[in-house]
Design a protein around this ligand. Sequence first.
Ligand SMILES: [Zn+2]
Length: 126
Amino acid sequence: MMVGKVSEPRREKAIARDIRVLAQFISLFCRENHGEAPRSALRADGILKKYLAGKAPELCIECRRLLLHGAVKRALCPHDPKPRCKKCPDHCYAPGYRERIRGVMRFSGMHLIRRGRLDLLRKLLF
Ligand SMILES: [Zn+2]
């Protein structure tokens, strides 16, 4: 029996949850900051299909790229359980994307706090 198999459903669930949160944060950011930009749903293929198919939010092209990048990195994260990105020894985001995702997390986190949606924030940040 393969040792890794035992924890596979738990790992899959964690990845799915994190990618859902990522999509929600980017979606909120995009709606509030790129309202004028043309938007469409991310077409998820390959390893991301099962996590995003039918659930991908409508985003501008820059935010679609960011979500795609973040989702791939999350799905391929070699650490299990995944540490918080801030604490991780490997910074796996490509240059530029890391700053952008931090900006998105800060904005959307603050947005939820200002709107009194601490409940949602807590749920999203586990
Ligand atoms: Zn956007």
